[in-house]
Design a protein around this ligand. Structure first.
Ligand code: SF4
Ligand code: SF4
Length: 349
């Protein structure tokens, strides 16, 4: 299934509020030390194999068909192959997020046999210097690229995801080109969030105005996706928690990876109870469009907007205006206006 088809299916499920997709952090441990990492490092007592199996059974009973298995680094779990085999036996389609450092010729056939829908790798640069300035692990670029090629050569679908910072922006075109040459899907994310515990450090890495204008010009960043998907979105205010949830490595349930509002605890409650009766989830979905700061914004027809996760991390209030989206939208509007003025001048002259 192509990435676009998965997104389309997700939007339809959101509309009907069917739990079809869950992201599970299998561990919080990691063998990289990325400068922007969002994982909650104080999350002790990770779920045991038996607990994870129990959660997968509950997810299946609730109708979930798709998983995103992430971490930390999932392959640091000693029982990862048991988990993957169990998920496969249960009939889930799943994507695996990994930095690839532990994928090698010794285990690639095992991974192939598990048949993940796709394997997602984060690549932050087209050169070791830039990539490793972010992962802070010498040699990680080489090892990640080797894992990407091993997966690809063994017939797996591979996605390269890049988070765009002001210090790797200059390599973005090269990363995109590299992904194409390697036969991988590619996505770039420009939205740098504060850390889940409110850390502001990652914000200094946000792309500058000049970089964002250049990204619009070179079509490295598209804007206005919200409007494109309008027909599925009418009457909704939140994506997370409508058809998907996020389960942390200690069994706490959140609306999504980035909307860190705890809605339940799988060590205390069962999934059905959380999904159907969580007061917080019900409250979130009772919110109407007019409750949000974006409601009366005159730019909302062109803006990506509706990022309650970002607003929550920025202000502790998911209904507030997500200021980073406002910033990017303003840069986009200025860029667009300048382009139109230049076009008008060219026509006159
Ligand atoms: S690889 Fe992922 S989990 Fe590990 S440090 Fe980097 S961002 Fe965090
Ligand atoms: S994110 Fe900002 S610019 Fe966009 S619609 Fe909301 S308030 Fe307006």
């Amino acid at each position: 299934m192509r990435l676009r088809d998965v997104r389309e299916l997700g939007l339809r499920m959101q509309h009907r509020r069917i739990l079809w997709n869950a992201q599970i952090d299998l561990t919080n441990r990691c063998n990289e030390d990325c400068i922007h990492c969002l994982r909650n490092t104080d999350c002790a007592h990770e779920l045991s194999l038996e607990e994870i199996k129990g959660i997968l059974i509950q997810l299946k009973e609730e109708g979930c068909i798709r998983l995103i298995l992430s971490g930390g680094e999932v392959f640091l779990r000693e029982d990862i192959w048991d988990i993957l085999r169990f998920a496969r036996k249960m009939g889930f389609g799943f994507d695996i997020k990994t930095n690839g450092l532990m994928i090698s010729r010794n285990n690639i056939k095992r991974l192939k046999a598990i048949q993940p829908l796709s394997v997602h790798f984060s690549v932050y640069g087209a050169s070791p210097q830039v990539h490793e300035s972010i992962t802070r692990v010498p040699g990680s670029f080489e090892r990640t690229m080797r894992a990407i090629r091993l997966c690809r050569d063994n017939g797996m679908s591979v996605l390269i995801a890049t988070i765009v910072f002001n210090n790797n922006f200059h390599e973005l075109t090269s990363i995109k080109k590299m992904a194409k040459e390697e036969g991988c899907d590619f996505i770039a994310d420009f939205i740098i969030m504060p850390g889940v515990s409110g850390e502001r450090g990652p914000l200094r890495l946000r792309s500058t105005e000049e970089q964002l204008k250049s990204a619009f010009k070179r079509r490295l960043l598209t804007w206005g996706l919200n409007n494109r998907n309008k027909k599925y979105r009418s009457g909704r205010t939140l994506d997370g928690g409508r058809s998907s949830i996020h389960i942390s490595s200690n069994g706490k349930v959140y609306v999504s990876v980035t909307l860190r509002i705890e809605v339940g605890d799988l060590r205390q409650q069962n999934l059905r109870e959380i999904w159907r009766n969580s007061p917080k989830l019900n409250w979130l979905h009772s919110l109407a469009e007019k409750d949000f700061g974006c409601y009366d914004c005159r730019d909302k027809t062109v803006c990506l907007c509706r990022r309650p996760d970002l607003a929550f991390l920025e202000h502790g209030d998911l209904k507030a205006k997500p200021l980073e989206i406002c910033r990017i939208n303003k840069i986009y509007s200025d860029y667009h206006r300048e382009k139109e003025q230049a076009y008008a001048r060219a026509r006159q002259g």
